[in-house]
Design a protein around this ligand. Sequence first.
Ligand code: MN
Ligand code: MN
Length: 474
Amino acid sequence: MEENKETQEKSLAEERREALLYRQKNGYDLLPKEEEGPMQAYCEAYKKFLDAGKTERECADYAVALAQARGFRPYTRGQALNAGDKVYLANRGKAVILAVIGSQGLDQGLNICAAHIDSPRLDLKPNPLYEDSEMAFLKTHYYGGLRKYQWVTIPLELRGVVSLKNGELVRVAIGGDPGDPQFTVDDLLPHLGGDQAKKTLAEGITGEQLNLLVGSRPFPDDKGSDRVKLAVLDLLNRKYGIVEEDFISAELSAVPAFRAADIGLDRSLIGAYGHDDRVCAYAALAALLELGTPQRTAVCVLADKEEIGSMGVTGMQSHAFDHFIADLCESKQVPLQACFENSFCLSADVTAAYDPNFPEVYEKRNSARVNYGVGLCKYTGSRGKGGASDAAAEVVGYARRILDKAGVIWQMAELGKVDQGGGGTVALYMANRNIDTLDAGVPVLSMHSPFEPVYKLGSYMTYKACRAVYESEE
Ligand code: MN
Ligand code: MN
């Protein structure tokens, strides 16, 4: 049978259109059928990671456990290293660097994926517990850039550690297990909220109003004051052995009590707390755990403190990273600078997905779109790219090549309109080390909110992108 001629022969315009124009497709029109199963399985494992890790410490522990199960061993300075060896460094329980030693020398550089495992939350102040009007509260100091009005009237958990005077470290986790009590920050009722409603969103709820409700039942004793506070301390003491002074040396955080859940009738998205940046951290980790012996040494960095500037011993500005790589290099008599200058880093962090409910802040032609794959960002920053490391054309070109070769669905992403706002990642700290670095990650909706949606296809493609980086032989 003869085919319709029109479908056989392309017009010159069609031919030129195909050859010249950059046309993006929805990822679901590109996703090979055989990738559907692995994508769903990947997302189920990621949801478990989310529920297990709601603080950087929990994420670090979970990552180390997964790595140990895959044959990774803690690195000790000076140990002999051979191709295929899998080592990790847990930095103070809050950040992890993992490496798979490649067949090439370290002078050929590293293939790095760097993500962060801290997320915005409400940290307890050093002297948090008080009673007012026979109710007990914990004072908080928010961590990271959060919109305060989003953190009231939602269920919260308490997670973290308390360092007792005797040196013992007590882990606290209340609210995550079925049947656990939970916590909340209260807000005004609309009936009395008229004055508050006239304030701006930024002023409607203030930092000092983010007080966690933790009790209301007095200690059974009709004498003395602060009986509710006493009752709360008594419960904490019975369960964890802590006294009020121990709050001083504690890191306790109120985090959303939501569990990760599929979003949408088609289950195409995942709603959860902390996708920023655990969605990239898990991608970087899962891809590394599956490596055999790569040509170049592959390194996964799970950093802390990104949300407050990457400072401190566990942040990406810490020399912990340099020292770890220097140790590896020293055992092979390779200068660290030679290793860094030949390295590539994918700074894996989330970006904003275009939200049709708020079109005014986006520039549609350059925004990341839901289901269009992992988003690459040449630059971040604000007000004229301020603070951005701005990857070179050659670096973006390299990423395009290796992602296409690996069948990764990707798109370019810019965070909103020019001069609308901005943000940063760990990219500049890696680039400052003389490492070619490109930002890439999953575009999310409602970033930094207690319940962020991401799309499954982007999560899976970020994992595939990390794998392509680790396995690149270019
Ligand atoms: Mn982030
Ligand atoms: Mn963030």
